[in-house]
Design a protein around this ligand. Structure first.
Ligand SMILES: [Zn+2]
Ligand SMILES: [Zn+2]
Length: 460
């Protein structure tokens, strides 16, 4: 024993893990580490939420074990003016090289979870879902502050990966972002479960029920999102995507001209909902090059995209987009939409048989084409974005032109009732709120809640 005591703690932990695999001598080695002569203690995974204990967005969690670290998400805060003026969290290795920062693991492709990654040193390995990576790369040609990541390895539901001392088991979840994961992480025999962003009422709600039926076991700390708290009554339910599909069917039937749906092309569940409602009402879904590329990037055969075998789908390239594609030297991209193209002179004639996946700046094209008679706009994203400049402008313009404007949306996040079911199923020793403006509601709703502050280190 005395020889064990003289080795470094990091080495002891390595030995401990190796022995644990064989199921031997774990307690003995732990004791050896605890009784180190210079007063050191057993290594134990620690965590620090750098951002997210009191807000939705900007999520960043650092995990540390035996001097090695990973980040879970590195998001842009929702209220950030831009990336340039938003400081990185104080994590060693983000701004100055530090090899003990092993990786940044991204739960999904929403900017409030990855938005600050482009600001970090480029050499840090990024780990994320393969489809999420493809979608981000496809979107990078079309969005402001683009980021086209090259992942060092991929998250895949149920497939455990190891990064240094961290064993990570991703769980594919239902969310408004495609290819999103909750993460089960083990190090130093401690177990953490990070919910990421998730819900139960989307097109993959089955995944949530599977998690409730087979939750991760023996969780010491669970970081659970609480986006819906304060936005929805505790006993209320969100509409499901199929509910929304029916709502769209009704609306499209009552629209004499073109139905314009303002939703994110990256909300794949919603695009599917709108596509199905369009099909049910004898309309074609018109998408632009951005949406077309994002849909192709899902790599999923059941998701509509401008490739052979998908009816009721058309691609229209707005004027501004055509110029932008030319400027970026990627105009030939549109050649792949052959057979799906809809030209400006066809818009008016097709209006009553069409639904357009739409953003405010496309009004110009529709106006020029005389395709706005009888049109209606359906806002199908978070109402909070109507306070942004683009959202406000669109609404004002619709009012000025007499175009009916209506919100038809459901949340990308679990209701309080579903969160209660999840917390009860996982039954962690400690439940820590994250991704919420309502942390103080957690102790009222869930058991074993521990409140922490941004920047506070705790042992798992
Ligand atoms: Zn989020
Ligand atoms: Zn999200």
């Amino acid at each position: 024993m005395s020889q064990s005591v003289s080795v470094t703690c990091a080495r002891l932990v390595a030995t401990k893990l190796a022995l644990y695999k064989n199921g031997k001598h774990v307690t003995q080695l732990k004791r050896a580490c605890v009784t180190r002569p210079h007063g050191g203690t057993e290594t134990r995974m620690r965590l620090c939420i750098h951002r997210g204990t009191r807000e939705i967005g900007g999520t960043c969690v650092e995990l540390e074990s035996a001097g090695q670290r990973i980040l879970l998400d590195l998001g842009l805060p929702l209220n950030a003016k831009d990336v340039a003026s938003t400081p990185l969290p104080t994590v060693a290795g983000l701004a100055d090289a530090d090899p003990s920062l092993l990786a940044i693991v991204l739960s999904h492709g929403h900017r409030d979870h990855w938005g600050l990654v482009p600001k970090a040193l480029p050499g840090i390995p990024v780990v994320m879902g393969e489809a999420a990576e493809r979608i981000m790369r496809a979107a990078a040609d079309f969005v402001p502050d683009p980021f086209a990541p090259t992942a060092s390895q991929h998250l895949k539901g149920g497939k455990q990966i190891q990064i240094g001392p961290f064993k990570i088991t991703p769980h594919l979840v239902d969310h408004s972002g495609f290819d999103a994961y909750a993460l089960e992480i083990e190090a130093d025999h401690r177990r953490l479960f990070y919910s990421g962003d998730l819900r139960a009422h989307g097109r993959k709600g089955k995944l949530f029920e599977q998690m409730i039926a087979h939750p991760p076991r023996r969780i010491d700390v669970m970081l659970m999102e609480g986006t819906s708290l304060g936005r929805l009554a505790d006993d209320a339910k969100f509409k499901t995507e199929p509910d929304l599909e029916n709502a769209f069917v009704e609306r499209f039937k009552a629209t004499s001209g073109m139905a314009l749906v303002a939703c994110s092309a990256q909300n794949i569940d919603r695009v599917v909902t709108v596509y199905r409602a369009a099909k049910r009402t004898g309309r074609a879904l018109i998408v632009d090059a951005y949406a077309a590329e994002v849909l192709k990037a899902t790599g999923n055969d059941r998701i509509p995209k401008p490739v052979q075998g998908w009816p009721n789908l058309a691609v229209f390239i707005p004027h501004v987009q055509r110029i932008s594609l030319k400027r970026k030297g990627i105009a030939p991209l549109v050649d792949s939409y052959r057979g799906f193209r809809l030209w400006p002179e066809q818009l008016a004639e097709q209006a009553s048989r069409s639904v357009m996946l739409f953003r405010g700046w496309m009004l110009k094209d529709l106006d020029r084409a005389g395709a706005l008679a009888g049109a209606r706009v359906f806002w199908s994203q978070w109402d909070g974005y109507l306070k942004d400049r683009a959202g406000m402008q669109l609404k004002e313009e619709c009012v000025a032109r007499g175009i009916p404007f209506e919100s038809v949306h459901t949340s990308g996040h679990a209701s309080p009732g579903d969160l209660k079911r999840l917390a009860a199923a996982v039954a962690p020793k400690r439940l820590i709120p994250i991704h919420t403006f309502e942390r103080l509601r957690f102790p009222e709703l869930f058991d074993n809640v521990t409140l922490v502050d941004d920047g506070q280190w705790i042992e798992v």
